[in-house]
Design a protein around this ligand. Structure first.
Ligand SMILES: *Cc1c(COP(=O)(O)O)cnc(C)c1O
Length: 431
């Protein structure tokens, strides 16, 4: 299966790029700020779980944007919703509302099983959902008894990721992407993920350091390499929040909308320990490829903290995004894609565990948010090798390959992906 060309590319080069691709990528670099590095390919069109570059090469997409294209590419229901809405009204300010907006908010509350009085705020990205969540935490912090004179704190976890805007970055752990932008929003504090004693100590330090307004966490840390934080830890966080009057905010930006085999990851006992959060954020998969994100506050009291004028965004609740969101949620339901995520995920992990590739140490994840843990840190070369062999996976960490395919993938798609992954050579160069 491995051609000479692929071997060369796997060594880190782009030697097998097609001619059009190579020329366009040079043009790209001449006009784009270099925050993403050089893209791997220039993509032209896509259908279902497959995408083609400008040189006509076909790829099976086991990343789906990054967990964004829930329905794959070009789903008829999604295209119909988008084009029909575009021909009706594409944008209004928030001085006005639209029907898809109202419908989507209602559906999200219903899918989350959120209690009576729960409310939705729409933004345009995951970071914006988390900005709203941090403001929510601050509004709550203002209502807390506070003898320290210090602002209420927001706790976050080591290895957590919540976005690149300054508020979201304040609670994002990775020092190399955070520290150069300091000083950031004060009052953010990191607790070691999984360490219940450290968590208890952080809450208990309220007399010296200010009360804890909230803790924000993912249930599977996607950007860290698909790491579950563990149900016992989440349960402990819920108990401490109850004890200290703090908010439990779960970032479902990557894990939400069916990705982990439930509508939201907190609905999985094996991820959340069965707790109910005070708020969740969502984005990536919600509108099947249209930029959209937001916050759901649970219950009446939590939902009364924001008042007219306390938050907003020009594009918030955009009708195109909301129409795409409604089509995405309805299609996930009508096509049984949550069950498919669970079944295809189990098939994928099982096949990878038994595929005999000596490079693989283990496989982890839930539903269709999964990672292969590598025996040595060659994720970039491994992902490049897969790309050269027609499969998109993501070197999320030097020792981990992330997979987040569209929820529509079939058993045959999984077989095809596993065939490529099983053949990744184990002597590739480290990152
Ligand atoms: C991707 C991601 C974000 C940021 O979303 P953007 O749309 O890139 O701003 C926040 N939290 C988690 C868990 C994510 O995976």
């Amino acid at each position: 299966m491995a051609s000479e060309n692929a071997q060369t590319a796997a060594q880190g080069g782009l030697e097998t790029l097609g001619a059009r691709d190579a020329a366009l990528l040079e043009s790209y670099s001449a006009v784009h700020m270099n925050v993403f590095g050089t893209p791997l390919r220039v993509m032209d069109h896509a259908k279902g779980a497959r995408i083609w570059d400008v040189d006509g090469n076909e790829y099976l997409d086991f990343l789906a944007g990054i967990a964004v294209n829930s329905l794959g590419y070009g789903h008829p229901a999604w295209i119909k919703a988008l084009t029909e809405q575009a021909s009706k009204v594409a944008h209004t300010s928030n001085y006005f509302a639209t029907v898809p907006q109202i419908t989507l908010a209602g559906k999200l509350i219903e899918k989350a099983g959120a209690p009576e009085g729960s409310l939705v705020y729409f933004g345009n990205s995951g970071a914006e959902g988390n900005e709203a969540a941090i403001k929510f935490a601050k509004l709550h912090g203002n209502t807390m008894e506070n003898n320290t004179g210090k602002p209420a704190r927001v706790l976050a976890l080591t290895h957590g990721f919540h976005g690149r805007t300054l508020g979201a970055l304040s609670v994002t752990w990775k020092p190399t992407i955070r520290e150069q932008f300091g000083p950031l929003v004060p009052g953010a504090e990191f607790v070691e993920s999984g360490n219940i004693d450290a968590l208890r100590a952080a809450f208990a330090a309220c007399d010296e350091r200010g009360p804890v307004a909230a803790i924000i966490m993912e249930l599977i840390q996607g950007e860290a390499g698909v790491l579950p934080v563990g149900p016992e830890f989440v349960r402990a966080a819920r108990q401490l929040c109850d004890e200290y009057g703090s908010m439990l905010i779960i970032d479902e930006v990557q894990t939400g909308i069916g990705r982990t085999g439930e509508w939201f990851a907190f609905q999985r006992e094996d991820l959340s320990g069965g707790v109910t959060p005070d708020a969740i954020t969502f984005a990536k998969g919600v509108a099947g490829g249209f930029p959209m994100g937001g916050l759901i506050t649970f219950g009446k009291r939590n939902s009364s903290l924001f008042t007219p004028g306390s938050h907003g965004s020009t594009f918030a609740g955009n009708p195109l995004g909301c129409a795409c969101g409604v089509a995405t949620l309805d299609t996930i339901e009508s096509e049984g894609l949550i069950a498919n995520a669970e079944e295809r995920g189990a098939q994928l992990r099982d096949a990878l565990e038994h595929c005999g590739n000596p490079l693989f140490a283990s496989v982890r994840g839930r539903g269709l948010l999964d990672a292969i843990v590598l025996k040595h840190p060659c994720a970039h070369a491994a992902a490049n090798w897969a790309l050269e062999h027609g499969l998109i996976v993501n070197p999320v960490a030097p020792g981990a390959l992330r997979m987040a395919p569209p929820l529509i993938i079939t058993a045959q798609d999984v077989d095809q992906a596993v065939e490529v992954l099983a053949a990744i050579p184990d002597d590739l160069p480290d990152d």
